[in-house]
Write a protein that binds this ligand. Structure first.
Ligand code: GDP
Length: 313
């Protein structure tokens, strides 16, 4: 992840450092190189424009750090702007004053939601919390079973409907939404949160359905689940490999479920990183976590400053 972007920026800065004095034209050519590197990494054009504009303004402006030589100053400016674009401060979970804290997951099918649910639950448990998982993705074959397996691996209980045996089961909803005999996902989500409250679990993570492409009926379902369970956090899960489709997908989910934070998955892959560098900026919502593999522990809190250093190292 980011290897190619990182290599190219390193080359650009090496070239800049080789100059004793830096002229305006050096700054401009550095910014041109950064622009091409970002575009090649699939970063969305408006984000690239904003980024290079901010770097140019600061690099050509009066900003002087006595302790740094001119090349270091430009690197520092790029670093600062990268941190900003990645969301600035590390954003932690907003836990509810009255437990349980309700966390809803939303995102396209295959983005890694179910896997993430297990990782997040494991991580919370490791920090002394008592999470519960709720299987409200009733669309995808095996999603319920998959969450049960994930829960078992994480050592966390799972609230899951039984096929054809849920209260709130409604044959009309079933035939409309095709939830494979599991009934109404909105009722399941609500019951799951109630069950977590009854069992005094302090966090409840609700997995929801996604499609391979943005789908209006499912977005409405996710939006109805959001209204029904009134979550403290809505995490939009996005596959870092998504490339240029990141912005459009994130926009649709922002309109649909008004998410509070982003989780990037598959950061262990060889994605070019554009999604990561675009969504926080275009949606104004912070990236909160990163998923870095298929194992339950391959998960980390997202720190914009550390990620920027990793890119510029
Ligand atoms: P969902 O449809 O959104 O619930 O997605 P899943 O959780 O089922 O994940 C889809 C596929 O991606 C599965 O094969 C997962 O094992 C895989 N996956 C999920 N997260 C990661 C990750 O961070 N890294 C890698 N390499 N694979 C992942």
């Amino acid at each position: 992840m980011f290897t190619s972007l990182s290599d190219r920026l390193t080359d650009t800065f090496r070239h800049l450092r080789s100059k004793g004095r830096i002229t305006e034209s050096d700054v401009n050519s550095t910014i041109r190189d950064i622009r091409v590197a970002l575009l090649d990494a699939d970063v969305a054009l408006p984000v690239v424009r904003h980024f290079t504009g901010a770097v140019r303004e600061r690099a050509l402006g009066a900003e002087v750090h006595e302790a740094l030589n001119p090349a270091q100053q430009v690197v520092k400016i790029v670093n600062d702007e990268l941190v900003t674009i990645l969301g600035g401060e590390t954003r932690r979970i907003a836990f509810a004053k009255q437990p349980p804290t309700v966390i809803m997951l939303a995102g396209l099918q295959g983005s890694g939601k179910t896997t993430l649910a297990g990782k997040l639950a494991y991580w919370l448990k490791d920090q002394g919390h008592t999470p519960m998982l709720v299987a409200a993705d009733l669309q995808r074959p095996n999603a319920v079973t998959q969450l049960q397996v994930v829960g078992e691996r994480a050592g966390v209980p799972v609230y899951a409907p039984e096929r054809g045996n849920v209260s709130g089961y409604d044959a009309a909803i079933e035939s409309r939404s095709g939830t494979q005999g599991f009934g109404d996902p909105i009722a399941v989500a609500r019951q799951g949160v109630e069950e977590a409250r009854r069992q005094q679990r302090d966090v409840v993570i609700v997995d929801t359905a996604g499609r391979l492409a943005i789908d209006e009926a499912l977005m409405r379902q996710a939006s109805d689940i959001r209204t029904a369970i009134d979550p403290d956090e809505v995490l939009f899960v996005i596959d870092a490999m998504i490339g240029q489709a990141a912005v459009e997908t994130a926009d649709a989910f922002q309109r649909g479920v008004d998410f509070t934070g982003v989780v990037l998955t598959k950061l262990d892959g060889d994605a070019r990183g554009g999604a990561a560098l675009s969504v926080a900026q275009t949606t104004g919502r912070p990236i909160m976590f990163a998923s870095t593999g298929e194992g339950v522990k391959e998960f980390e809190v997202f720190h914009p400053d550390r990620m920027a250093s990793r890119i510029l190292d």
